[in-house]
Ligand binder design. Structure first.
Ligand SMILES: *Cc1c(COP(=O)(O)O)cnc(C)c1O
Length: 844
């Protein structure tokens, strides 16, 4: 006799679980919003009444802690959006305007409260209401956990875009993943980065709404079969799959004072109930629960790699999960309105792929149209290739996604078949364009040959998209000339540039209320939705009272930043000193190392008594390193070690102080950019696709020291050379200099850099930990150093001297500060999104 357990094991050993995907019956299910009683009930309470109700009936007790009070405030503010949210949805379900789906594995939203109040014009009301609860809006805002569902620039761009889309009254839905753990929390212990899980949902999330009736099912594993029906048509069946539920959690995205509330739909993975039941029936409770965890693992954690990939299987599962769930959602909505006639689909829908991360949406849309809706290949391909648009974010080879074919075959067998079919049809076009050129067929194939085949996701995205865009002028040019030049020859019309931007609501109006107030008093408030109006600030550079007020506001913001730095780092920054800031992900290409070498140079000068013309500065560096990126972690340690030596010498601190800010995130940047004098944008030319931190600083009146890289080039164009501290090799010169790069020689020729290198090598900064910086030292003198740190040092040092000279003349400095802010209009994400709207989304 076999026990239930044995038979369960036997079953497991023999075949994978049988769970065929049920052929979903597609029915036209019109989306009906009940007019009654929703439209006849009492309108929503005021914010104050709503808050009182949430505190009285929502918390159920009197001893609420700050988290609970924040939750009550958040829910009350959300209530203020519900009517408009519903109206927006009803309108958009009529397809009155083109529907855009912005697919992204990352949305770095930060906090929502302050921004929502600003968008709804409820800030003053909230302040007044909260006085009744013996607290302030500022205190409540600080309680909110950042929604850190992104790594850095790419995820923050998605967040700025959602704000601009809603504010421009565009019907755009963000589709992402509701990671249970967002970006890790960074602690610094003995100068080293320590990662801790970010349990941002621990106290709940007042903004989200779980939409149980929009759950969809996403298949994995299994195998494919095909058969020919009596009409001679071949059908493909993906069967024996393990199915995971995708549960949507909707977050409201309010437009600025315009009544539109768009949606960010975040998917959470949950175990399929039927699936559990089978296990329960066999009596294996533990196995059932384990299975549940396996399914829910998909949306457990955000991969903390910025500008690199690690090729983990779970990451591919996340990508497919997001793509499939979002497409099923889109198609169901379309069918509810238009039925199964897909001929108009691409006229009414467009999908913007934020990098290749969601590019598996290409074969997934094909699969749904072919297998589920039974379209022909040509019909399905026409729809797919007319509705996909791809944004590339990087040229770094380590960031280009390639997925192993055997791994994908095992996880997504039907998807691999479709990719191979797309490839073979596309290669016919290549063969036609380059007759007899076998090499082109190999180099341009979506499938990379080798000991193991890989799928080049960027090629897949380009082949299937009607638009391919880079994120700054230089970046797009380099895509056309280099990485994608063959594709550019084949399809020049697909390529276009959309220089990144940032939302002026969060990054000026909200985070810098003093400066925003001054600007509004002089220019009116239209700049908030038309940032080009800041150009009018140029007229005030000769207005003494205005310049004085501008300077006073910067000083007040520096005071606030110095309090933040002291609280977070224990280092005192004196607001009378220059605040020199570099905050961004730690990466060799961003060259935090160059900045640190310059700090060491200043430190040596002070020790040598060479303080003539030196401007006292406080240098702030902050950013997270990918946990597996050893060099980036050593750079963090070096920054902390140098800061320690600098700050502990009382002869040095009148001239120089340095701090490493732990856990750089969106809410930290909201305090940092208003209080910064000098913004460091010093990447190796040709490596930073755009940068957006550079724009936030510029809007808030910081001056930039930077290379000719990414959007720096366009910032320089807008503000002029006399208002920008440019240094270093340009992209072409970097490529040239690589040919015969001799850093040892360059170091020998620079007294300053030789001194810095000797001090580093002497172990001055690591007396009790000998050897820990050997890799860093070796990287600088390596003739194959891709980042050319030594090559740009002298030019950087000289530019920094010019910075100091300029700072000595405060009137001039403040005028340049005003000109920078005045010239930042082009970098509003409203401007960027207007470009996406006109050139990409509304094109067809
Ligand atoms: C803006 C921003 C970034 C991007 O900064 P770059 O300097 O462009 O790399 C990264 N992280 C956070 C938290 C940001 O706010």
């Amino acid at each position: 006799m076999t026990t239930a357990k044995e038979s369960a094991n036997e079953k497991k050993a023999s075949t994978p679980r049988k769970k065929p995907v049920k052929k979903t019956k597609v029915k036209a299910d019109p989306i009906v919003e009940p007019a009654v009683p929703a439209d006849t009930c009492e309108p929503c309470d005021t914010l104050g009444a709503s808050l009182a109700r949430h505190i009285r009936y929502g918390l159920c007790r009197d001893d609420h802690d700050p988290e609970e009070l924040f939750t009550a405030v958040g829910k009350s503010v959300k209530e203020q959006m519900l009517d408009d949210w519903r109206q927006t949805r009803i309108k958009d379900n009529q397809y009155q305007q083109k529907q855009v789906a912005y697919l992204s594995l990352e949305f770095l939203m930060g906090r929502a409260l302050g921004n929502a109040l600003l968008s709804l014009n409820l800030t003053d009301e909230a302040k007044a209401v909260l006085t009744d609860y013996a607290t302030t809006l500022e205190d409540i805002e600080q309680v909110e956990h950042d929604a850190g569902l992104g790594n850095g620039g790419l995820g923050r761009l998605a967040a700025c875009f959602l704000d601009s889309c809603a504010s421009l009254d565009l019907s755009v839905t963000g589709y992402g993943i509701r990671y249970q753990y967002g970006m890790f929390m960074q602690k610094i212990v003995d100068g080293y980065q320590i990662e801790q899980p970010d349990r941002w949902l621990r106290h709940g999330n007042p903004w989200e709404v779980r939409i149980a009736h929009k759950i969809v099912t996403v298949p994995f594993f299994g195998h494919t079969e095909n058969y020919v029906d009596k009409h001679g048509r071949r059908h493909h069946v993906w069967t024996d799959t393990q199915n995971v539920l995708a549960v949507p959690y909707d977050v409201p995205i309010p437009g600025f004072n315009n009544g539109r509330i768009n949606t960010l739909r975040l998917w959470k993975a949950e175990a399929n109930d039927e699936f559990d039941l089978a296990e329960f029936n066999e009596g294996d409770y533990a196995e059932a629960v384990a299975t549940k965890n396996l399914a829910e693992q998909i949306t457990m954690v955000l991969y903390p790699n910025d500008a690199s990939v690690n090729g983990k299987e779970l990451r591919l599962r996340q990508q497919y999960f997001l793509s499939s769930a979002s497409l099923q959602d889109l198609l169901a909505r379309y069918v509810a309105h238009y039925g199964k006639d897909f001929s108009q689909f691409s006229q009414h829908n467009v999908l913007q792929l934020n990098d290749t991360h969601p590019s598996i949406a290409v074969p997934e849309l094909m699969r749904l149209l072919l297998d589920q809706y039974e379209l022909t290949w040509d019909e399905a391909w026409a729809i797919t290739s007319e509705s996909m648009a791809y944004t590339n974010h990087t040229l770094l080879p380590e960031a280009l996604e390639r997925w192993s074919v055997p791994m994908m075959k095992y996880m997504l067998p039907r998807i691999v078949e479709i990719i191979f079919e797309i490839n073979s049809r596309y290669l016919e076009q290549v063969a036609h364009h380059w007759p007899g050129n076998i090499e082109k067929l190999t180099s341009m194939s979506i499938i990379e040959e080798g000991p193991e085949q890989h799928i080049r996701m960027a090629y897949l995205a380009i082949v299937a998209s009607f638009s391919v865009n880079g994120v700054a002028g230089l970046h797009t040019q380099l895509l056309k000339d280099g990485l994608f030049s063959d594709f550019y020859q084949l399809w020049p019309e697909k390529f276009n540039n959309k220089t990144n931007g940032v939302t002026p609501r969060r990054w000026l109006a909200y985070c810098n209320p003093k400066l925003a107030g001054l600007i509004t008093r002089r220019l009116g408030k239209e700049w908030i939705t038309d940032l080009s109006r800041l150009a009018a600030l140029n007229a005030f550079t000769s207005d003494k009272a205005f310049v004085k007020e501008w300077a006073e506001i910067k000083l007040a913001n520096k005071q606030a930043l110095s309090e933040f730095v002291e609280q977070e780092c224990g280092v005192k920054f004196d607001p009378s000193m220059m605040f020199d800031v570099q905050v961004k992900r730690i990466h060799e290409y961003k060259r935090q190392l160059l900045n640190i070498l310059h700090v060491i140079h200043l430190y040596r000068r002070i020790l040598n008594g060479d303080t003539e013309g030196m401007v006292p500065r406080c240098v702030l560096i902050g950013g997270k390193a990918a946990p597996g990126y050893a060099m980036a972690k050593q750079i963090i340690k070096l920054a902390n070690s140098v800061a320690h030596m600098v700050n502990s010498d009382p002869l040095v601190t009148p001239y120089l102080r340095m701090a490493f800010l732990p856990n750089y995130n969106v809410s930290a940047m909201e305090k940092i950019c208003p209080g910064t004098d000098l913004s460091e944008q010093i990447s190796t030319a040709g490596k930073e696709a755009s940068g957006t931190g550079n724009m936030k600083f510029m809007m808030n009146g910081a001056l930039t020291i930077g290379t000719l890289d990414g959007a720096n080039i366009e910032m320089l164009e807008e503000v002029g050379h006399e208002n920008f501290f440019l240094f270093g090799l340009d992209a072409a010169q970097v490529a040239q200099a690589k040919v015969n790069y001799q850093p040892q020689h360059i170091i020998a020729q620079s007294e300053a850099l030789s001194g810095v290198m000797s001090m580093l090598k002497s172990g001055h900064f690591n007396l009790v930990e000998p050897g820990i910086f050997d890799h860093i030292i070796a990287s600088i003198i390596d003739p194959y150093d891709q980042w050319m740190t030594a090559a740009d040092f002298e030019s950087y040092r000289i530019a920094q001297e010019k910075v100091a000279q300029t700072y000595l003349d405060q009137d001039t400095w403040q005028q340049i500060s005003i000109r920078n802010s005045a010239a930042s209009g082009r970098f509003s994400s409203d401007n960027t999104i207007a470009g996406y709207r006109d050139d990409i989304w509304m094109k067809k």
